[in-house]
Design a protein around this ligand. Structure first.
Ligand SMILES: [Zn+2]
Length: 78
């Protein structure tokens, strides 16, 4: 996963420490991150692809390793 997507996810989760839901106040917190819209679109694409059984190159189907280290052997999304 690209670093700018990981950064967005971290900021998203940190923003939830201040605002529980996805209301206007929540999204206002994320406006400062310039790649918010791009990262959301990227994650929607990943969700679309994985819901159809598609996986990134190097990722095997059925891989249930949920605690992947972002610094190690990330699949090539480019
Ligand atoms: Zn959320």
């Amino acid at each position: 996963m690209p670093q700018w997507v990981i950064d967005y996810v971290l900021l998203h989760e940190l923003a939830h420490l201040l605002v529980a839901g996805h209301n206007a106040a929540f999204w206002q917190l994320l406006e400062a991150y310039p790649d918010t819209a791009r990262a959301k679109a990227f994650l929607e694409g990943v969700s679309f692809a994985t819901s159809r059984g598609l996986t990134p190159a190097g990722d095997e189907m059925g891989d249930d390793d949920v605690d992947d280290d972002a610094d190690s052997e990330s699949p090539d999304w480019n």
